[in-house]
Ligand binder design. Structure first.
Ligand code: ATP
Length: 269
């Protein structure tokens, strides 16, 4: 494996409009946080330090990665994306050198967002974490977060489903300045996500008129599950030679999704 672990996709095309269910208050809070990064001089005149790190936490598939991409786009920043598990190595020093090279590459590119998904694999509580290699890797991450200036054009975004597992030193302000909870969507959020994922799809009249009911009846579904619902329905429609998604396609996809999540939760037991 090469030393560089991050996939860089300069300037993501995802915008905040593509992330459903955030709620106006959270959107406003995110935009306010970002405004200090967009105008660091004005922020510093007001005595405000732009954030170095943001944590997004919540259940799987709720749009944390999507939101990180939207933030990068909002900042006009290149997007370096990787997973915490990409730093887990048996050989002492390899994980740490990967962290260093990730930050070095991003700093050269700047402005940039460094996004680490499943950050618990990298920044888990030290006692639980164990091992010299894991310890060194986490220490290097802390060094890199401390070493940057708050106006060096780098924003670090971490995501996790297990905030409770994270090391307290990692969560300290100056490293992680803001934490945003990204929960499972409520009915209004699900409707927004359904609208996002049906945009540009041809839907039969009886599907269109049932979307509010669908939002009501899909309590517990994540954004990823809603997205996959319409993917499955579209694929079935195409397979059957149709030009539009019919109610039967959606019902079939719903059964498949519910079956999938039931067998997942049975496996989890
Ligand atoms: P994980 O914790 O498993 O990494 P995540 O929270 O990062 O998941 P994403 O990878 O952003 O979730 O979501 C996967 C896909 O599901 C997205 O690319 C998108 O198509 C859809 N999706 C999830 N949440 C939303 C949302 N809030 N709005 C619109 N689409 C969503």
């Amino acid at each position: 494996m090469k030393n560089s672990v991050a996939k860089s996709r300069p300037l993501p095309t995802i915008s905040l409009e593509d992330v459903g269910g955030l709620g106006e208050e959270m959107k406003e809070e995110i935009l306010q946080t970002l405004s200090t990064l967009k105008e660091p001089e004005r922020a510093s005149k007001m005595g405000i330090k732009p954030p170095k790190g943001i944590l997004l936490y919540g259940p799987p598939g709720t749009g944390k990665t999507l939101l990180a991409q939207a933030i990068a786009r909002e900042l006009n920043a290149a997007f370096f994306s990787t997973s915490g598990s990409a730093f887990n190595e048996l050989f002492v020093g390899v994980g740490a050198s990967r962290v260093r090279s990730l930050f070095q590459t991003a700093r050269k590119q700047g402005p940039a967002v460094i996004f680490i998904d499943e950050v618990d694999a990298l920044a888990g509580r030290r006692k639980a974490h164990g091992g010299e290699e894991a310890e060194k890797t986490l220490t290097e991450l802390l060094v890199q977060l401390d070493g940057g200036h708050s106006n060096d054009g780098i924003l670090f975004i971490a995501a996790t489903n297990r905030k409770d597992m994270l090391d307290e030193a990692f969560l300290r302000p100056g490293r992680i300045d803001f934490s945003f909870h990204v929960p499972l969507p409520d009915t209004k959020g699900r409707k927004e996500i359904i609208d996002i994922h049906t945009k540009g799809k041809s839907l039969a009249e009886n599907v269109l008129s049932s979307l509010d009911d669908l939002a009501e009846s899909t309590s517990g579904f994540s954004g990823a599950e809603l997205q996959s619902l319409f993917e499955t329905a579209s694929r079935r429609a195409v397979r059957n030679g149709q030009n539009v998604i019919q109610k039967q396609d959606l019902d079939y996809a719903l059964d498949r999704t519910i079956l999938g999540s039931t067998s997942r939760s049975l496996q989890d037991q």
